[in-house]
Design a protein around this ligand. Structure first.
Ligand SMILES: Nc1ncnc2c1ncn2[C@@H]1O[C@H](COP(=O)(O)OP(=O)(O)OP(=O)(O)O)[C@@H](O)[C@H]1O
Ligand code: NI
Length: 416
């Protein structure tokens, strides 16, 4: 297990909605090494953000993490919780889902920190940027000054606010030291005149500067792991590149690990060491950058690679493969491979839901092609799944004739 900071195993998250149970994240496993940048890529709605929120334990009702373990390597924490929660400790690793919520909450900031998809969900418009960052620093300062038993209460207070983006009515005392540390952090993330900018409100910041401020806020606790959910999506191309450079530099300076969520494979190629490709709530392929870009097995990954939006392309969303992302409603999901009806290589084997096959060297794919080669004689006829979204395909027969209008799944639009 060596240098892994985080080991996520079998994570599943569901939303219990009026329409039914939504399987937003299904049996997701991945690891993040020390100082590693792990990328999560996939189309809109594939479960990237919910995966991030699940790791951070920030899933809100009607959602709930229903299964899985999140093993975090922290020897001090392991020593602290070993007696009370032996089943949640494995050597220096702690399953953060197996410890009480107050302990889990205490990890947000100093252990795990997150940059959210929407800037305004983490900065409070009615407080100066400096105050908010100083508050995050103060929380961390108290945490490290206090023993863990009191730490969790302190942490809970500050971080509840940090996450909700609104201060509790009674303002906390924030030390002069924390204020000057906030200015330092603003400087570290490349904000000019940081002392003056600290006294400004979020609306006085441009998009790029606001993103930098959010990075500063997320780093205030000196986290081991930063989860960055589409940190550059809303920004124009030049600013995007600057923020990615900033994250790169900060990663090197601090040695932290990063989970970087994006729909842009160009960003993945630029930033990541290893990658998980998500589709319909699952990681369908994972491996090193080289494995994913040069030796991918899953036709979905290959489809994504067929149209890499580069950084100079402001296209906001990936939609390179014909067909739609399947419904994640449990009742509509069926038992087949969820990609089968868009897959140019769908075979009879794909009517059973594939496990993850090991391709060696940490490369895995949830696709039968990882196990045996494509056999044309077992190919499902084109249109096999047409008009069949309800019961997983078993009952659907071949579509009549060859329909010239039916979408060719191999065709990649590439112009999005
Ligand atoms: N509060 C909710 N209630 C019901 N379903 C939800 C809720 N939040 C997310 N989902 C479902 O979970 C699935 C995954 O959503 P998620 O936000 O993780 O996608 P994503 O990959 O981050 O997409 P994007 O690239 O658009 O941000 C979606 O199908 C979505 O409908
Ligand atoms: Ni998202």
């Amino acid at each position: 297990m060596g240098d892994e900071l985080l080991r996520v195993e079998g994570l599943s998250t569901r939303f219990f909605t009026e329409e039914g149970q939504v399987n937003a994240v299904e049996d997701v496993s991945f690891t993040v090494g020390d100082g590693e940048v792990f990328g999560v890529v996939g189309e809109s709605g594939s479960g990237k953000s919910v995966t991030a929120l699940s790791v951070m334990d920030l899933v809100e009702s009607p959602g709930r993490v229903t299964a899985g373990e999140v093993w975090y390597r922290n020897a001090d924490l392991a020593a602290d919780v070993r007696d009370d929660h032996p089943e949640a400790v494995d050597g220096d690793y702690v399953d953060v889902r197996g410890v009480p919520e107050r302990i889990r909450r205490s990890l947000r900031g100093p252990s795990f920190s997150m940059i959210f998809q929407d800037p305004m969900s983490s900065l409070n418009p009615s407080l100066t940027v400096g105050e908010q960052i100083a508050e995050a620093v103060e929380v961390q300062r108290r945490a490290s000054a206090n023993p863990r038993s009191t730490r969790s209460r302190t942490q809970g207070f500050g971080l509840g606010q940090f996450i909700a983006g609104s201060l509790l009515p009674s303002r906390r005392y924030v030390s002069e030291e924390s204020r000057s540390r906030a200015v330092e952090l603003l400087e570290q993330v490349g904000i000019p005149d940081p002392a003056e900018r600290a006294d400004e409100y979020p609306h006085q910041f441009s998009g790029g500067m606001l993103q930098r401020a959010m990075v500063a806020q997320a780093l205030a606790g000196e986290p081991d792991l930063l989860v960055a959910d589409e940190p550059t999506t809303a920004l124009d191309v030049t600013i995007q590149a600057q923020i990615l450079n900033l994250l790169d530099d900060l990663q090197e300076e601090t040695g932290m690990s990063i989970v970087l969520i994006t729909h842009n494979l160009g960003v993945i190629a630029r930033m990541c060491d290893r990658v998980g490709v998500m589709y319909a709530g699952e990681i369908v392929e994972r491996g090193s950058l080289e494995a994913i870009f040069d030796e991918s097995v899953h036709p979905y990954t290959k489809g994504l690679l067929g149209s890499i939006p580069d950084l100079a392309d402001p296209a906001p969303r990936l939609s390179p493969i014909e067909g739609n992302v399947p419904s994640l409603l449990d009742a509509e999901m069926g038992d087949r491979c969820y990609f089968a009806d868009r897959c140019p290589k769908a075979m009879e084997e794909c009517l059973d839901h594939p496990p993850e096959f090991d391709c060696g060297d940490g490369h895995g794919a949830r696709c039968v092609l990882a196990d045996h080669s494509y056999d044309e004689s077992r190919a499902l006829p084109e249109g096999y799944f047409d008009g069949d979204s309800e019961d997983g395909g078993a009952a659907a027969g071949p579509a009549s004739g060859d329909d010239a209008d039916s979408p060719d799944p191999e065709e990649v639009t590439g112009d999005d």
